[in-house]
Write a protein of this length. Structure first.
Ligand code: ADP
Ligand code: MG
Length: 204
């Protein structure tokens, strides 16, 4: 598929708007098991993406994804800023404008490895990785209905963080008291995947 300038702009805008409109929910989740700044952090980052969306999407897909990543590193802050920044910058390393699903899956796999290295974290620790990793599984499958499968997988994966005990990030300070709440970063990852899937469906 061809992800041209217009498609890049639509993608970045749709993702940014979804995160911004969900800031309060992300903050509430982070208030329960963190310090209550995840919504504000993410809103600040994606408002900066929106503000420079024309400039960002004018570059080819790889460079524009790197630009989004750099913006997030500079603006989001907290633990999530460098991690989401790493995710987008790593995605930008290998993708050309004309990409196959297989290439996207491989770029996403490398991006997840980069996040793990940056966060010294892994799947099963109640973080954004617990959504990103199952989403990679869907990207690696072929077949019809990819957007719907991405959405369902991301939603279920975020739900599965509720009974988990946090082992990384601020929530890990709570030990067993982190159990029973959805991880804020898992929810923001779900929102991002859901917004991308909306664009893919042509509904955005
Ligand atoms: P902070 O924890 O510094 O306040 P945020 O509230 O913006 O930063 O982000 C918290 C989210 O970041 C968590 O919900 C979790 O998903 C993610 N996170 C934190 N630390 C890590 C890590 N080491 N690896 C992966 N994800 C992490
Ligand atoms: Mg926080």
């Amino acid at each position: 598929m061809m992800i041209d300038r217009e498609a890049r702009k639509l993608l970045f805008e749709t993702v940014a708007r979804r995160v911004i409109e969900s800031a309060e929910e992300l903050t509430d989740l982070d208030r329960a098991i963190g310090d209550g700044d995840h919504g504000a952090n993410m809103r600040r980052g994606f408002e900066a993406v929106l503000a420079s969306v024309d400039e960002l999407s004018a570059k080819n897909l790889g460079e524009s994804l790197k630009g989004v990543g750099t913006t997030l590193v500079m603006k989001v802050g907290g633990a999530s800023g460098p991690l989401y920044g790493t995710l987008f910058m790593s995605l930008g390393k290998s993708l050309a404008d004309d990409v196959t699903q297989e290439q996207i899956a491989e770029a996403f796999a490398a991006a997840i490895e980069a996040v793990k290295a940056r966060g010294k974290s892994d799947v099963g620790q109640k973080t954004m990785l617990d959504v990103l990793f199952p989403v990679l599984g869907v990207l690696r499958e072929s077949g019809a209905g990819l957007p719907l499968r991405l959405k369902a997988t991301a939603r279920e994966a975020a739900e599965r963080t509720v009974p988990m005990r946090a082992i990384r990030g601020r929530a890990s300070f709570l030990g067993d008291r982190s159990i029973g709440h959805m991880d804020p970063g898992a929810r923001s990852s779900e929102l991002i995947v859901d917004a991308v899937a909306d664009v893919m469906e042509g509904f955005a």
